[in-house]
Design a protein around this ligand. Structure first.
Ligand code: ADP
Ligand code: MG
Length: 617
C-alpha cells in the first residue's frame, strides 16, 4: 500500500512521490520502482525497453538522451556524447593522466572539474549526467503518472568522495532529492535479498562486466552492513572488447582491410548482434554488404568462446587480485552475484563458476537491471516502507586531524559504520592563541605527511587564554554518502566554525588500497616516528611550561636554581635537535625530577593543564 503524507503545517495531503532507484551507468542507465501491490521492484520502461543508453545528442538547442541519441553516434558524432560517467568528479589533468577516455573535446578548467565543449557550449560532467537523470525522471513520471523526487542513485564501489558528490549534485540539478548514493555491488546484492536476514553473515563476490568496464567487489555482509573488503577492476574492459575481437576474427577470415567508417560500424553492430544471440543459440549467420560485395558472416558458440578466452581471463586475474587484497580464498566466497549485460555470455559464466567452485551463482535476475532494482529496494527501505532492513556502509579510510608534532589523531577509524558522528576535545599549545588551524586528513599512517590532506579550516576568534585552557570540541559528521562535515567549537566562549569538506579530486580505489598497504608496510617505522614525535612534543611543552614557571615564580627560585634549570633546558634542546628519542626521554626525566620540588610547591593549574591533553598547533 502506498503511503500518503500530510504536510503538518498546511494540513494538506502531499502529492504522492514514488520510490525510485536509479542505475546511472557508463553505457546504459535504468530507473526502477517498487510495485505497490506485490512490493516487488521492477524497471520502468519506455516502449517496453528498460535500458536508456547514457548517450546525449545536442542539436539546435534541443538535447536528446537515450536510444535516439545513440543513433546519432553514427549520423552526428560531433554533437553526441557518451561515457560521461568516466569524467565525473575529475579534473582535466586526471583525465589526461588516464589517457583521455573520450574522443570529444574536454576543456581544462584550471583546478576545477573538467568541462566538455559541444555545439559551442560548455558543460560540466555534472550537468551532462543531469540530462540523463532528467530523461529517466521523465520516463518515470510519464509511466507512473506520479511525481518523482526522492531517489537512490548507484555508483561504482571505487568512486571517491568527489565522484559521489558530483553524482549527488547531478541529481540535484535534475530536480531530484537524492536520498542516498549507494555502491553498485551493494545494490546488486540487495536485489538478490542478500543482507536482508540480519542474522546472516556472508562473503559475496559481485562480478560486474558491462559494456566498457569491469569491476569485482568482495563484500562482507552482516547485520545489514555491507563492508567492501576489496574492489578491483579495469575501467577499459568490457563487452565492447568482445565485439572488437569478433570484428577482428571476421576481418582476418575474410581478408577485409582498409574499411570505410561506415563498414567498420556495420561490422561492429553485426558482431554485437552475433555475440548477443550466441548467449542463447549455438550458431549465428548473417550476410552483409561490404565494399559493394555481399559476404556471409558466421560464428558458433565454440568459436566465440575461443575468441573471448583471453579477454575473460583478464577478468579472472583481476578477481584473483581482489581476493588477495581482501585476504580471502576463492573457496570462502559463498555467493557470487552476476551484474552487467556481458555476464550473459555463457563463456563468462563458465569461467566465473570455475573460479568460485563452492559459491552459489546468482544469475536469475536480468543482469542489466539488477543494480537499478536493488537501488529501488534501498529507496523503499529509506522511505520507511521496510523495517526489516537497515543498510549501512563503512568508511574505507580513517579520518582525523593533525596534532602537535605532525601526528595523525584519528576521530573516525577505518571501517566505521556510516553515517556516524564522533566528537573529541582538544586544546591550544601556545598562550593567548586566538586562531586555531585544523587540518583534516584521511589515511592509516601515524604521521599526517604520509596521509592525504582532505581539507583545512581556521577556528577564529578564540578569546585569549593561557595554553591548555581553551576547550575545543571537534565534531566529525560523516554522512551516509561518505561526505564529511567538520565543526569546531570553543566550549568556554562558544566560538564555533564548521565546514563541509569540498570534494577532493581523484582519490582512486587503488590509492586507498595503496594507502592501506603502505600503512602496513610502514607500521614499525611509523611507530618509531610517532614515539619520537611524541617525545619531542612532550619535551617542548615541558620546556615551555618550565620557562613560564621560571618567569612567574622568580620569588620562589634562587639564581642558582634558575641557572641549573636553564642548563637542563639547553641540554634538552640539544637532544631534541639530535632526534634521539631515548636521550630526549632521559633529559625530560632529568628536568622533571629537578623541577618537581618547586612545581609541587606551586602546582599551578595552568601548568598542569599545559602539561596534559592533546594540543593542536
Ligand atoms: P554498463 O554497466 O557499462 O552501462 P551494461 O551492463 O548495460 O553496461 O552492459 C552492456 C554490455 O552488455 C554491452 O557490451 C552489450 O553488448 C552486452 N550484452 C547485452 N546483452 C547481451 C547478451 N545477451 N549477451 C552478451 N552480451 C550482452
Ligand atoms: Mg553497469
Amino acid at each position: 500500500m502506498a503511503k500518503i503524507s500530510i504536510d503538518l503545517n498546511s494540513g494538506t495531503v502531499q502529492k504522492e512521490s514514488a520510490v525510485i532507484g536509479i542505475d546511472l551507468g557508463t553505457t546504459n542507465s535504468l530507473i526502477a520502482t517498487i510495485d505497490s501491490d506485490t512490493h516487488e521492484p521492477y524497471c520502468i520502461t519506455k516502449n517496453k525497453d528498460s535500458i536508456v543508453p547514457s548517450t546525449i545528442n545536442f542539436n539546435n538547442q534541443e538535447i536528446i538522451v537515450g536510444k535516439e541519441a545513440s543513433k546519432k553516434l553514427i549520423s552526428d558524432p560531433k554533437n553526441t556524447l557518451y561515457s560521461v560517467k568516466r569524467l565525473m568528479g575529475k579534473s582535466y589533468q586526471e583525465i589526461m593522466n588516464q589517457g583521455n577516455p573520450v574522443n570529444y573535446q574536454i576543456i581544462d578548467n584550471k583546478d576545477k572539474l573538467v568541462q566538455v565543449k559541444i555545439n559551442n557550449q560548455f558543460y560540466t560532467p555534472i550537468e551532462l549526467s543531469s540530462f540523463i537523470l532528467k530523461e529517466l525522471k521523465k520516463i518515470g513520471t510519464d509511466q507512473l503518472k506520479q511525481d518523482i523526487q526522492k531517489v537512490v542513485i548507484t555508483v561504482p564501489a571505487y568512486f571517491d568522495d568527489s565522484q559521489r558528490q558530483a553524482t549527488r549534485d547531478a541529481g540535484k540539478l535534475a530536480g531530484l532529492d537524492v536520498l542516498r548514493i549507494i555502491n553498485e555491488p551493494t545494490a546488486a546484492s540487495l536485489a538478490y535479498g542478500l543482507g536482508i536476514d540480519k542474522n546472516q553473515s556472508k562473503i559475496v563476490a559481485v562480478y560486474d562486466l558491462g559494456g566498457g568496464t569491469f569491476d569485482i567487489s568482495i563484500l562482507h555482509i552482516q547485520q545489514g552492513i555491507f563492508e567492501v573488503l576489496s574492489t578491483n577492476g579495469d575501467t577499459y574492459l568490457g563487452g565492447d572488447d568482445f565485439d572488437q575481437a569478433i570484428v577482428n576474427h571476421w576481418k582476418k577470415l575474410h581478408s577485409l582491410s582498409s574499411l570505410s567508417d561506415n563498414d567498420k560500424q556495420l561490422l561492429r553492430i553485426t558482431a554485437e548482434r552475433a555475440k548477443k544471440e550466441l548467449s542463447a543459440i549455438l550458431s549465428y549467420m548473417d550476410s552483409i554488404d561490404i565494399h559493394g560485395q555481399n559476404i556471409t558472416l558466421t560464428l558458433n558458440q565454440e568459436q566465440l568462446h575461443e575468441i573471448l578466452h583471453p579477454i575473460i581471463e583478464r577478468t579472472i586475474r583481476i578477481c584473483s587480485n581482489a581476493l588477495k587484497d581482501a585476504d580471502i580464498s576463492s573457496s570462502e566466497i559463498q555467493e557470487v552475484v552476476l551484474v552487467g549485460g556481458s555476464t550473459r555470455t555463457p563463456a563468462v559464466k563458465n569461467s566465473v563458476r570455475h573460479l568460485f567452485p563452492d559459491a552459489k551463482i546468482n544469475d536469475q535476475i536480468n543482469p542489466d537491471e539488477v543494480v537499478a532494482l536493488g537501488a529501488a529496494i534501498e529507496a523503499d527501505i529509506l522511505a520507511g516502507n521496510r523495517t526489516d532492513l537497515l543498510l549501512l556502509d563503512v568508511t574505507p579510510l580513517s579520518l582525523g586531524i593533525e596534532t602537535v608534532g605532525g601526528l595523525m589523531d584519528v576521530l573516525i577509524p577505518r571501517n566505521n559504520k556510516i553515517p556516524t558522528q564522533l566528537k573529541k576535545e582538544y586544546t591550544t599549545s601556545v598562550d593567548g592563541q586566538v586562531n586555531l588551524a585544523i587540518n583534516v586528513y584521511q589515511g592509516e599512517r601515524e604521521m599526517v605527511t604520509d596521509n592525504r590532506k582532505i581539507g583545512e579550516f581556521i577556528l577564529k576568534g578564540i578569546p585569549s587564554m593561557p595554553a591548555g585552557i581553551p576547550k575545543i570540541e571537534l565534531t566529525f559528521l560523516l554522512n551516509a554518502d561518505g561526505i564529511l562535515q567538520v565543526s569546531a567549537k570553543e566550549l568556554r566562549s562558544g566560538v564555533s566554525q564548521q565546514v563541509t569538506l569540498k570534494p577532493q579530486y581523484g582519490i582512486t580505489d587503488q590509492q586507498i588500497k595503496d594507502m592501506l598497504q603502505e600503512s602496513l608496510n610502514f607500521a614499525e617505522s611509523d611507530m618509531d616516528k610517532r614515539s619520537l614525535a611524541e617525545a619531542i612534543t612532550e619535551a617542548e611543552q615541558l620546556i615551555y611550561a618550565t620557562q613560564k614557571f621560571i618567569r612567574d615564580n622568580s620569588d620562589l627560585l634562587t639564581p642558582k636554581d634558575v641557572t641549573k634549570l636553564e642548563e637542563i633546558i639547553q641540554g634538552l634542546n640539544q637532544r631534541i635537535q639530535s632526534k634521539d628519542k631515548n636521550a630526549i626521554s632521559a633529559q625530560v626525566e632529568k628536568l622533571n625530577n629537578y623541577s618537581k620540588p618547586f612545581a609541587e610547591k606551586v602546582m599551578d593549574q595552568q601548568i598542569s593543564k599545559a602539561l596534559s591533553g592533546k594540543k593542536i598547533e
